[in-house]
Design a protein around this ligand. Structure first.
Ligand SMILES: Nc1ncnc2c1ncn2[C@@H]1O[C@H](COP(=O)(O)OP(=O)(O)O)[C@@H](O)[C@H]1O
Ligand SMILES: CC(=O)OP(=O)(O)O
Ligand SMILES: [Mg+2]
Length: 372
């Protein structure tokens, strides 16, 4: 396969992460943070910073006579009903993606904007190949028991599941850490600004906490996760569509549980307030409950993997989640947990791992399949 310079773009709900994978094997990472409780177009400023930084990157270092090809892989949080992990972004794919934008309003508008910004910034200097890589694709292995919602089939809503690019990348690394045990029942807890869990078996998704949209599942920075449909019915009487969407995606979760103090976990951890402690206790209890539910569904789980900004960096949150999981055979090693080691568990515990999220590596791998 021809190796091309590849740029990956990943708009998270609190960040813009990009990586440049250069043809010579070099990798350069870029990360720009923003508060997730902004309205509307909140990745625009981050894109400006990225373009400025890319101007000074090795991408522009050589001056070839022919127009070089640049492969750009974009993380698209929602892929809709298609099973492919990635697609070339042509006019028809673009309009298909536009038609499902409302299903992930914190991500999809920025995902599409990223494509336009890249076209404007690079099309005059590079031959562009832009590829959409889908978070939903990893969950196409879910059985009907896992993807059906308890509503009439004719309504045609299902569980899609998200964070799949990171789950796929982690699944690809598990054999190296666990050997054949990697084929067991493993819960991956992706705890970032958006948060979800995935139960895998034979390295494939068999259940996941997010549902039809990335608003479902466990509570997140500003999203509630699953709540009583009766509450939604009451809220629908009080708010119009736009206000209700803003409430559900931007004003709930940790931000609401901490009575508005912060949606950011590291800020909550450093706070001494009662409401910050309450939000943390609520979050960790819900993550633990999701792990327990998966264990009960399949008769026990063999390993737990923490990933995502919180899962990677917070020893406190990991220890609060694992505190009551000893009965399932999971015990953290206090020192390894503090050191953020890859294997966090005690010698007499089932494996507990920490694997950094690297959606970019998976995006680059998928994009490369379109390089010729
Ligand atoms: N050292 C830390 N301790 C606790 N939380 C942290 C730490 N570092 C990052 N986080 C949290 O990780 C979250 C962001 O995770 P990330 O996966 O980067 O989000 P996203 O991809 O959705 O933008 C924020 O809540 C942030 O506070
Ligand atoms: C799907 C999702 O919520 O992604 P992120 O955690 O990057 O916001
Ligand atoms: Mg993310």
């Amino acid at each position: 396969m021809e190796t091309l310079n590849t740029l990956t773009i990943n708009c998270g709900s609190s960040s813009l992460k990009a990586s440049l994978f250069l043809a010579d094997g070099q990798r350069i990472n870029y990360c720009y943070r923003q508060t997730p409780d902004h309205h509307g177009n909140y990745h625009a400023e981050a894109f400006e910073h990225l373009l400025r930084d890319l101007k000074n990157s090795p991408l522009y270092a050589s001056k070839p006579t022919l127009m070089p090809t640049l492969l750009i892989g974009h993380r698209f949080v929602h892929g809709g009903d298609i099973a492919e992990a990635a697609r070339i972004i042509d006019a028809s794919e673009r309009s298909r993606l536009e038609s499902i934008t409302h299903l992930a309003p914190l991500h999809m508008p920025s995902n599409l904007q990223g494509v336009d910004i890249c076209t404007q910034a690079f099309a005059h200097q590079f031959k562009l190949i832009q590829v959409a890589c889908f978070d939903t694709a990893f969950h196409h292995t879910l059985s009907e028991l896992a993807y059906r919602l308890p509503i009439p089939k004719a309504l045609d809503y299902r569980r899609y599941g998200f964070h799949g690019l990171n789950y796929a990348n982690i699944a690809g690394q598990l054999r190296q850490h666990l050997g054949t045990a990697a084929n067991g029942h493993i819960v991956i807890a992706h705890l970032g600004s958006g948060a979800s869990l995935c139960l895998i078996k034979n390295l494939r998704s068999i259940d996941t906490s997010m549902g039809y949209s990335p608003a479902g599942g466990i509570p997140m920075a500003t999203r509630s996760g699953d709540i009583d449909p009766g509450v939604m019915l009451e809220l629908a009487k009080k708010y119009d569509d736009q206000a209700l969407s803003t409430l559900v995606y931007q004003k709930m979760g940790l931000l609401a549980l901490s009575n508005g103090e912060s949606s950011d976990m590291s800020t909550l951890i450093t706070s001494n307030s009662v409401q910050a402690k309450f939000a943390i206790a609520f979050f960790t209890r819900q993550v633990r409950a999701a792990i327990g539910a998966y264990a009960a569904k399949v008769g026990g789980i063999d390993a737990i993997v923490f990933t995502g900004g919180i899962g990677e960096h917070s020893a406190l949150i990991r220890s609060m989640i694992c505190e009551h999981l000893e009965f399932m055979g999971f015990k953290l090693d206090i020192e390894k947990n503090q050191e953020h080691a890859t294997i966090l568990s005690n010698a007499d515990s089932k494996p507990i791992l920490m694997i950094p999220a690297d959606e970019e590596a998976e995006i680059a791998r998928l994009a490369h399949s379109f390089s010729h």
